[in-house]
Write a protein that binds this ligand. Structure first.
Ligand SMILES: [Zn+2]
Length: 285
């Protein structure tokens, strides 16, 4: 009985707060993974990729984010980065949250079908889903910094037909005309068995802020131990001196196989990452 009273009291207090935060919802994020999967593999330059890019723009503009499309060409293929901006206090430098939306053209780690495309539920769709749900959940008028949500093309075609890795983010950085406060990349963040070890090239101060906040929120997926060194979309930012972090779970058995499908992804994992970033961005920094 006592606990019921406590619950009722809590409910009353909650109801009386008019500006109750919209919180990042993992189920919504999982739905955004499914919507991307419905387009098929998002191979750079393909029709499916263009449709996915249009879908990303539509999602963001429908809730009032201004978007820019960055068109560019790489080895004869037309590529697209998408940039969504919130205003914040304009004299502050923007914080960039990024993910790649492309998928690898060949599942070259698949023992049976190495020439089939990677479906990319975790490697591709999970990061994009986190950014889109963040766009809904962020309390934009409480943000001091402008936030840029950036969707990179062509991260994941490295060593195929002479392509490099991280093509979209490299182009973005090479054409950046504004100084950034920080860049946070999310990649492969949907695994049901999510284990986010610290990526070794990531900026130590940013790592400490984000992993400690996750710990305070009891999000056990974040593990405060360094494990892998990655080439990922954070690398071009580090190259030009922008503090950058790669939030990635590289212990994913279905990586670059045809089994990187939506059943391997969970709403809870997406929510741990999304809510940590939401809190981190909404803290007065
Ligand atoms: Zn990949």
């Amino acid at each position: 009985m006592r606990s019921l009273c406590v619950i009722l009291l809590f409910a009353l207090v909650s109801c009386s707060t008019p500006n109750q935060d919209v919180q990042f919802d993992g189920q919504n994020a999982l739905m955004y993974v499914e919507e991307q999967m419905a387009f098929g593999p998002r191979i750079p330059g393909s029709e499916e990729s263009r449709k996915t890019a249009a879908w990303v723009v539509e999602q963001l503009e429908s809730i009032g984010w201004e978007t820019e499309i960055q068109h560019f060409n790489y080895r004869g293929t037309a590529l697209i980065n998408i940039i969504a901006k919130s205003e914040g206090v304009s004299e502050n430098r923007p914080i960039l949250i990024g993910a790649h939306y492309d998928t690898r053209p060949y599942a070259d780690r698949d023992p049976i079908y190495p020439e089939a495309p990677v479906p990319g539920a975790n490697d591709g769709a999970s990061g994009v889903a986190v950014l889109i749900e963040l766009a809904h959940a962020l309390d934009r008028d409480r943000l001091r910094q402008p936030i840029w949500l950036v969707f990179f093309d062509a991260e994941d075609s490295g060593n195929i037909d002479g392509w490099d890795w991280i093509v979209g983010s490299s182009f973005f950085v090479d054409n950046l005309s504004q100084e950034l406060e920080a860049a946070v990349i999310v990649d492969m963040v949907g695994d049901r068995d999510l284990q986010l070890y610290i990526e070794k090239n990531s900026d130590p101060d940013l790592v400490q802020e984000i992993w400690e906040l996750a710990d305070q929120l009891d999000y056990t997926a974040f593990i405060q131990t360094p494990k892998y060194s990655m080439i990922d979309d954070h690398s071009p930012f580090l190259r030009i001196g922008v503090p950058a972090v790669d939030i990635i779970d590289f212990d994913y058995p279905y990586w670059h196989t045809i089994d990187d499908t939506v059943d391997k992804v969970s709403a809870d994992s997406l929510e741990q990452v999304g809510r940590t970033l939401e809190h981190w961005l909404e803290i007065q920094r």
